[in-house]
Design a protein around this ligand. Structure first.
Ligand SMILES: CC(C)(COP(=O)(O)OP(=O)(O)OC[C@H]1O[C@@H](n2cnc3c(N)ncnc32)[C@H](O)[C@@H]1OP(=O)(O)O)[C@@H](O)C(=O)NCCC(=O)NCCS
Length: 230
């Protein structure tokens, strides 16, 4: 079947040959790889069969993803912006293994995910849990550097918050974000998080001190995630 390649008009869709539209974000192992010189088409196989690409979904974070996440951060500021003051540069497999290990308790103290979108790994996020008080902490949200600026953070965060409120014990989701991190704040506000406070000059990175904004979202304030799905 003849078809027109729509790579130009849909640059964020992977092609049937496995080309990744996001450099350096290919799925490890059998996932998409870069083939920049071959023609691309987002919607059809070579014999004209339509392809169904999975929409954004969460994958359990494990050791095969460590090198992908490590590659996203190249300075102490990068790592602290993402992971908070408890994480240090360079990000190591030991630090990531410790995050995964927090999920091995019953119930899990932490859940960590990679986020796949149309065949590409495009993000990461975590939820910490205080089961006794019914609080979850949304943390370590990241969009892969090459995929930033594409509006993917809001649907990513929506899916993770949805996971939190699927547990009936969780009544509140909270987060910390640095006051200058406008794309992150905009994304959190966009799905309903409310600014609750400011911890001034609470984190030191090199010679700088960063203000931390505290944001929260309560169960009764959470509306259907379908409106934000991308
Ligand atoms: C924060 C992060 C997840 C946001 O993802 P992104 O792909 O850059 O941002 P998006 O394209 O999804 O845009 C998010 C929102 O910010 C807005 N935005 C983007 N740049 C902006 C800027 N400089 N100022 C204000 N708003 C901005 C977008 O318009 C969008 O708003 P909308 O949903 O109302 O349209 C991503 O930049 C990232 O991974 N940063 C490094 C790690 C990090 O900071 N994590 C957050 C820890 S709390």
């Amino acid at each position: 079947m003849a078809h027109r390649c729509d790579r130009q008009s849909a640059p964020r869709d992977p092609c049937y040959r496995g080309c990744s539209p996001y450099p350096n974000t290919s799925t490890a192992g059998s996932g998409p790889t870069q083939h920049p010189s071959v023609p691309c088409c987002a919607s059809f196989t070579e014999v004209g069969e339509p392809i169904t690409l999975r929409p954004m979904h969460l994958l359990d974070f494990n050791a095969q993803h460590f090198s992908i996440v490590r590659s996203w951060f190249s300075s102490e500021a990068d790592v602290v912006q993402w992971g908070g003051p408890a994480v240090s540069f360079p990000l190591s497999d030991d630090q990531l293994r410790a995050m995964v290990a927090e999920g091995e308790t019953v119930p899990p103290g932490r859940r960590c995910w990679m986020v796949e979108h149309r065949g590409d790994i495009i993000g990461h996020a975590q939820l910490g849990h205080d089961w006794h008080h019914g609080n979850a902490v949304l943390s370590r949200v990241a969009i892969a550097p090459a995929a930033r600026g594409s509006g993917l953070s809001r649907p990513l965060v929506t899916r993770v918050v949805d996971q939190a409120f699927r547990s009936p014990q969780i009544y509140r989701v909270e987060l910390n974000v640095y006051s200058w991190n406008l794309p992150a704040i905009r994304s959190y506000e966009g799905i309903g998080f409310v600014r609750e406070g400011l911890r001034r000059a609470s984190v030191r990175v090199g010679d700088a001190r960063w203000d931390t904004v505290i944001m929260g979202l309560l169960r009764h304030e959470w509306t259907s995630p379908a409106r934000s799905r991308g």
